[in-house]
Design a binder for this molecule. Sequence first.
Ligand SMILES: [Zn+2]
Length: 179
Amino acid sequence: MDRLSSDDRMMGEALAEAAAALQEGVFPVGAVLAKGTDILGRARKTMASNHLSHAEMNLFHKVFMGDYRFSRADGLTLYTTLEPCVMCFGTLLHLPIVRLVFAMEDAYGGCASVTLNGAPPRHAARPVAIAGGVRRDEARALFASFLDTTAEPFWREGGAPHFQTAVRGEPVEISGVVP
Ligand SMILES: [Zn+2]
């Protein structure tokens, strides 16, 4: 299986998690951690309006608790249906993950395209390869369904306007991200 089809398959697993979140009335983000073609863990955002239980954080808590033995040599890849926020991206940089693949960009709060100018040595020496746009349309459709059905005031009152415009509008160019 080549990398492209493997990425598509893994993102399919993350999209399934996102769809389950949508069924639970939660902002539909799903995440999967993979070592090659092996899935090490999967999770989704839980609890609407919980600002810490993002899909990635839930996943990290599952996989990286206790005496884990992963290192950057394991080539771990994080798949997520939405470009990570500052909390999740920062945690990703702290963990032995060497690659990030996401589906839809978050023009409001996504941090994957943030350049770590002047990063301290630890992070300067541990680059993460990033690819966006994998199965974007399917992720976008889940977000559109959420916006159509949610009762959360934040979304109904137009919170995250850049993101909502992207969900409703034409595909937008992903800048600063290596495909
Ligand atoms: Zn996050």
